[in-house]
Design a protein around this ligand. Structure first.
Ligand code: SF4
Ligand code: SF4
Length: 401
């Protein structure tokens, strides 16, 4: 849909609000949407590589959205690119995002999802057994059903890290099949760890149009990561950033989120930040931030303070250096991600499911006389594992997803 048409549609949908499209509190949270001409203010955009998609610098990661109307509010506010994943709430988040975007003109939003493969070992970043193409295609079908759509725009292969995984013959076959069948317009990877390797492999594979990567001011070795991002962009891929705010501190000791997000967008090769927004206030703040990316002196200082604050650091670099140091072969990076979801995002269902993925049933450090792990981020992993492992005793049906 052309911009003018979209504006017209938005005007109509806002004028026609009867409480069905948006909860009353949502529209009240958007004074700018109630301005006299009811147009959505222009948001700065960048182009997502060879897909040609122009998207505002802030996109929505659906994991933290708790209602369909919150997703719809993001759309009405001008956000265009939405992501979900099957592993958010065991598919329930895909349903929620689909509900939020239901009945909107299909060409006014861009939707992406990530479907995890079976038999994947987070500790090694490799498949435990041969990749099953048919089973993966069935899982992708399930994702589309939950969205209530016949196709997504971007289909991401998650857990991308090791070259052999990104270039796995079965993975490439399944993804190309999805595209051929019209179930996705574009293909991509999502990567939390070994990201440089994943980006380079994605370029070489030639079928991936997009990369969603963990990109955080606390990431060590930014120069080599930036070089891989630049190479991917030169090859025509579009790169979006996730986990940008992760590790910004606990809600009780937050650091300057504007500074952190602006830092990400100083890199013009990053098309958009996939933000896990959970409140209208946060959404408005993010949208205001992208109108002026110039960093103030205070914001620079705040970033440095964030780097020094080890006590409240929640950002696991997913470097996997801890794994060979633990004699009990625990999936510490996955447990640390669970810790971050719980203590950083207050997203207990996601923390619970991530913890379940790690395979632990209770505190695995209980019988270990001392911890031999020296975490590169300086985490006291034993303490964090103790804290978060208590969540494992909560029955799943207690979780509100
Ligand atoms: S060494 Fe530390 S930062 Fe790296 S994966 Fe392990 S817990 Fe995370
Ligand atoms: S305390 Fe826990 S993380 Fe540390 S070495 Fe023992 S089992 Fe591994």
């Amino acid at each position: 849909m052309k911009k003018d048409n979209r504006r017209e549609f938005l005007k109509k949908s806002l004028l026609g609000l009867s409480g069905a499209a948006l909860a009353p509190g949502i529209i009240n949270g958007y004074p700018e949407l109630l301005s006299s001409d009811l147009t959505v203010p222009e948001l700065p955009v960048r182009t997502l590589g060879r897909t040609g998609i122009k998207t505002p610098l802030i996109s929505m990661g659906g994991a933290e959205a708790s209602t369909p109307s919150f997703v719809r509010a993001a759309y009405e506010a001008g956000i265009k690119l939405f992501f979900s994943a099957t592993y958010y709430g065991e598919g329930k988040n895909e349903q929620l995002v689909g509900e939020g975007l239901k009945d909107l003109p299909r060409d006014t939003f861009v939707l992406g999802t990530a479907v995890p493969p079976d038999n994947f070992d987070n500790r090694t970043g490799k498949f435990k057994t041969a990749f099953d193409v048919d089973s993966y295609l069935r899982k992708a079908e399930g994702s589309l059903k939950r969205f209530g759509l016949d196709h997504v725009d971007i289909f991401l292969f998650p857990y991308a890290g090791k070259r052999e995984t990104v270039m796995n013959e079965g993975v490439l076959k399944a993804l190309q099949q999805l595209k051929k069948q019209g179930k996705t317009r574009f293909l991509g990877i999502a990567s939390h760890s070994d990201t440089e390797e994943a980006l380079n492999a994605a370029v070489d594979a030639g079928i991936y149009d997009i990369a969603m990567i963990a990109y955080n001011y606390k990431v060590p070795g930014k120069d080599s990561l930036n070089a891989a991002v630049t190479a991917a962009v030169k090859a025509g891929m579009g790169v979006v950033a996730m986990k940008t705010i992760a590790g910004a501190g606990r809600p009780t000791s937050p650091v300057n989120s504007d500074a952190i997000l602006k830092w990400v967008l100083q890199n013009e090769n990053i098309t958009s930040i996939v933000s896990g927004m959970s409140s209208l206030e946060q959404m408005q703040k993010n949208l205001a931030m992208i109108r002026n990316l110039k960093m103030t002196e205070q914001e620079m200082k705040d970033l440095n303070l964030g780097l020094l604050d080890k006590e409240n650091d929640l950002y696991c670099r997913q470097c996997r250096q801890c794994i060979p140091q633990c004699p009990h072969d625990i999936d510490i990076p996955t447990i640390m991600r669970s810790y971050m979801y719980a203590y950083g995002y207050s997203n207990i269902p996601q923390a619970w499911h991530t913890l379940a993925d790690s395979g632990i049933r209770n505190n695995p450090c209980g019988n270990c006389p001392e911890c031999s792990v020296k975490c590169t981020a300086g985490f006291d992993v034993r303490k964090k594992i103790y804290d978060i492992s208590r969540l494992r005793s909560v029955p799943e049906d207690f979780l509100i997803v």
